[in-house]
Write a protein that binds this ligand. Sequence first.
Ligand code: FAD
Length: 356
Amino acid sequence: MTAYYEQARDNDLFLTTAILDPQIDRSAGLDNERIAERFLHVVKETSDGIVVRGAKMIATGAPYTHDFIIFSFLQFQTEHRHHAHILIVPANAQGLHIVCRESFAEVTEPNHILGSRYEEMDAVLFFDDVFIPWERVLLYGDTEKVLTLRANKTANALAFHQTVVRYVAKLEFVTGVAFAVAEAIGVTGYLHIQEKLGELLTQVDTMKALVIASETMACPDESGVWGPELSYIDTARNVGTRFYPRAIEILQQVGGGGFVQTPSGMGDFYGSISKLMHLYFEGASVSAEKKVQLFKLAWDLIGSPLGARHELYERFYAGDPVRAYASQYTRADKTAFTEPVWKLLKEASKHGAKRI
Ligand SMILES: Cc1cc2nc3c(=O)[nH]c(=O)nc-3n(C[C@H](O)[C@H](O)[C@H](O)COP(=O)(O)OP(=O)(O)OC[C@H]3O[C@@H](n4cnc5c(N)ncnc54)[C@H](O)[C@@H]3O)c2cc1C
C-alpha cells in the first residue's frame, strides 16, 4: 500500500474507484450462483498474482484514469472469500473492458456553457479474466479485513471531506444562478420567491458550517494522522443528497417557463429579427442578450443531460442515501439521547409519588 501510495503521489496519477456490483437483481446475494459469478471474484491464484472475473459499476472518469481502485462494498460472509478484495487495476490491463455511457459533452459553447466544459464520463467495467500482480493486490480473501479497511475512519474522513467542500461550491453556484434569474425577470419582491432564495442560503450555510465543524473538531487517529471529524462529514453527505435536488427544484420554480424560451444558439440573436429579439427578450434588470445567456446556463444546470446526471450523482455518489441515513442511526450512541429522557421520567415519577 505504501509503495503504491508513493508511486501515485510522485507520478501524479489519476485514479478513480469502482465499488458497486452490477445492478442485476438487488434482492439476491452471493448465495445465488447467477449473482456470485457476475460479481467480481478471483478465479485463479498463481505465484505471481490473481485472475479476476466479473463486473463493477460505476467508474466516473474511467476512460482517462491511470488506475482503478476496486473493492467490495458489501459485508461478505467468510465463505465468500473469493469475492473479498481491494485491488489496484491499471486501465490498460488485458481483458479489462470499459463500457462508457453516451457522452453528455456539448461542443456548442454558447448553448452549453457547462456541458462544453465539465462532462465527466461514467462507465461500467467488465473483467474478462484480468491478471493482477500481487503488488497490486492490497487485500484479498479476508472478508473482515476488507470491511475494516473500507470502513477506516481516517480514510473516509479525508476522502469525503473534499466531497463536502464540493457541495458548498455547487450549492453556492446554484444559489448564484437562482438569484440572477430572479433579478433578471423581476420576481425578487415576491414573498414565496424570497422564501425559496432564503432556503438556498440556509443550505449553503448549513454545508459550510458542517465543513467548519469537521475541521474544528479534527484530531489525530491512533497512527497520528489528522483527519476531520467524520460524523459532521457523514451528516453533510447525507443532507447533501437532499439539498442538491431541492436546490435544482427551487431554480425551476423561480425561472418558470423562461428556461425553454431561449432561442437556439446566440448567433440567431443578431439575425434579421435582432430588433425584435432585443425587444421581447429583455429582462427587468439585464439586456436581452445577457438574459438569454443566463437562462441557457441555468438550463444546462437543470435540464440538460449533464444537469440531470449531476442531480443523479448528488443523490447517489456516496452510496444509497436511504441506507446511509439509516446507518447514521444504527451507528449512533443512542444512550446519549435516551438517558436524559429516562432520567427525566424517573425524577418526574419521584415527584409524583411525593405529591400523592
Ligand atoms: C452519476 C454517478 C456517478 C457515480 N460514480 C461512481 C464512481 O466513480 N465510483 C463508484 O464506486 N461509484 C460511483 N457511483 C455509484 C454509486 O456509488 C451507486 O450508484 C450508489 O452506491 C447506489 O448504488 P446503485 O446505483 O447500485 O443503486 P441500488 O443499490 O441498485 O439501489 C436502487 C434502489 O433500490 C434500493 N435498494 C437496493 N438494495 C437495497 C437494500 N438492500 N435495502 C434497501 N434498499 C435497497 C435503493 O434504496 C434505491 O432506491 C456513481 C453513481 C452515479 C449515479
